[in-house]
Design a protein. Structure first.
Length: 502
């Protein structure tokens, strides 16, 4: 099925109700793997961070990573889940080259956390509750690189390379219950859920959750029910979607594709799908297995996990303020609208603004510079705000220099430019570039006199009482001083020279 064969989104929603299930894999930020002591550091030479355990060699035995268990409990608590008093690991058996032992150590019917929920706020302020089925611990697989094909996938490749450095990296898989009732907003709900979950994971400090680096990825399960039906349709599973925008696009495309298949009398195939960033489409992967096809059975080499209730409650008390609660508090503190707060969130600026305020800046000034000049520069550079070569403390210093009258906005933008260029701290850039505002009367007087002499007609209007015309003379002085004059003092001097009260 091609993009041109899709039915319109409106026609799809007129006949069918979408049902989604979202499976999010989060790579934990532990120093070692889930069941062995191998390093998890990125960038190492291929297959250099492996051992008999994560390679599945005979006689090797796994040991559970305690920080991995602790991180799983924190995630479960933050998602309002019940934490199991006793749970086990299981072997998920399948043949695939990226897992050398031919099974994945995971959890099946006994997850560590279950029956939770996450409230997500849509852009218009509506809150949608997503029910959580479970959050369970498992290990990641290795990485396959297919060489010689046109698509980078196995089909058409001449050969494949396998890197097992990632095999055994701790993962938490968070699985929702079927998400019903979202209607035409289903793709928006999917995006908002993953965005909220990412913020929660980052707030807990258990992972950086950088989707572009594979530290968090989403499988989008989708099916359609004819209007009035209560029976779920056959689902597809779009695998490893790695951006918020792509989660939304994948859900939308699959709604249209399923509707086209069903409307033409066809049958939806239960399969995995690959998402294509370039056009937002999906293509068939493999027929989707059912749970029984994986022949799950309890892992015989690992003892059950039975977290003490005292430990669980201690972890609960240590949870940080959850992202949605924090955002609502900050929005009230800052006096901004829901729309503005959403824009700040989308820009990844919340923590940067908070840190700038903590460094001494006024909240309005901090928002102004991060969401204005700095957001523009990040956009031009094609990078994230947090990756700009300027710190919240440096931005706070720029705000202070403006508040003191040492800089105006134009000069402040030049200071920011200098800091980003690596010219040093804001004060050093001011001195090096000679950017300080000129405010003493002796330095400004000559420029004011020249502006009055060169604009006699405007000066006459001001003498006649049209004080607003002074703006033109102020502009002339600012131009003559390369924007470094204190505009307020320039206006005062102009009116004094012309004998007019401001």
């Amino acid at each position: 099925m091609t993009v041109t064969e899709l039915v319109s989104y409106e026609d799809a929603l007129a006949s069918y109700d979408p049902v989604m299930g979202l499976e999010v894999h989060v790579e934990l930020g532990t120093k070692t793997k889930m069941f062995c002591g191998c390093s998890t550091e990125l960038g190492a030479e291929a297959n250099s961070q492996t051992c008999p355990t994560c390679l599945g060699l005979p006689g090797s035995l796994p040991v559970v990573n305690a920080i991995g268990v602790e991180s799983a409990i924190k995630i479960g608590l933050a998602l309002h889940c019940e934490i199991a008093e006793w749970c086990r690991f299981a072997r998920k058996n399948y043949f695939y080259p990226d897992m050398p032992k031919n099974f994945q150590t995971s959890q099946y019917d006994e997850p560590i956390a279950f029956n939770g929920y996450l409230d997500v706020q849509l852009e218009d302020g509506e809150v949608f509750r997503v029910e959580i089925e479970r959050a369970h611990m498992e290990e990641d697989t290795g990485k396959s690189t297919h060489v010689g094909g046109a698509t980078g996938r196995i089909h058409g490749a001449q050969h494949s390379l396998l890197d097992y450095n990632r095999a055994g990296i701790p993962l938490i898989e968070i699985v929702t219950k079927p998400i019903e009732g979202a209607g035409e907003r289903a793709p928006e709900v999917a995006k908002a859920y993953v965005a909220e979950l990412r913020e929660l994971i980052k707030a807990l400090g258990v992972s950086e959750a950088r989707m572009e680096m594979g530290q968090m990825r989403c499988d989008v399960n989708l099916s359609l029910m004819p209007k009035g039906s209560e029976t779920f349709g056959t689902r597809s599973e779009t695998k490893n979607v790695n951006s918020l925008r792509s989660v939304e696009r994948a859900a939308r495309f699959e709604i249209q594709r399923h509707a086209a298949v069903l409307s033409s009398g066809g049958t939806v195939v239960q399969e995995t799908r690959h998402f294509h960033e370039e056009d937002g489409s999906t293509t068939a992967g493999r027929i989707k297995d059912n749970a029984e096809d994986y022949r799950y059975f309890p892992e015989p080499d690992l003892v059950p996990v039975a977290p003490a209730r005292e430990w669980v409650e201690e972890l609960r008390k240590g949870l940080p303020e959850l992202p949605r609660v924090r955002r609502n508090r900050l929005r009230e503190d800052w006096g901004v609208s829901q729309h503005d707060m959403q824009s700040i969130l989308n820009a990844g600026a919340v923590d940067l603004i908070v840190a700038t305020i903590e460094a001494g800046a006024d909240s309005a000034a901090a928002r102004k510079w991060w969401m204005g000049e700095l957001a523009r520069r990040a956009n031009e550079a094609g990078t994230e705000l947090a990756e700009l070569a300027i710190t919240p403390a440096q931005v706070a210093r720029v705000c202070a220099l403006v508040a003191e009258g040492a800089l105006n906005d134009k000069l402040a933008r030049q200071v920011i430019e200098g800091v980003l260029a690596g010219e040093g701290e804001p004060d050093a850039v001011v001195e090096k570039r000679g950017l300080a505002v000129v405010s003493d009367d002796s330095a400004l007087g000559a420029a004011v006199d020249e502006a009055i002499a060169a604009n006699a007609a405007i000066a006459d209007k001001i003498r006649a009482g049209k004080v607003a015309a002074a703006g033109a003379l102020v502009g002339a002085v600012m131009k003559a001083t390369r924007g470094q004059a204190d505009a307020a003092r320039v206006r005062e001097l102009i009116l004094e020279r012309l004998g007019v009260e401001g």
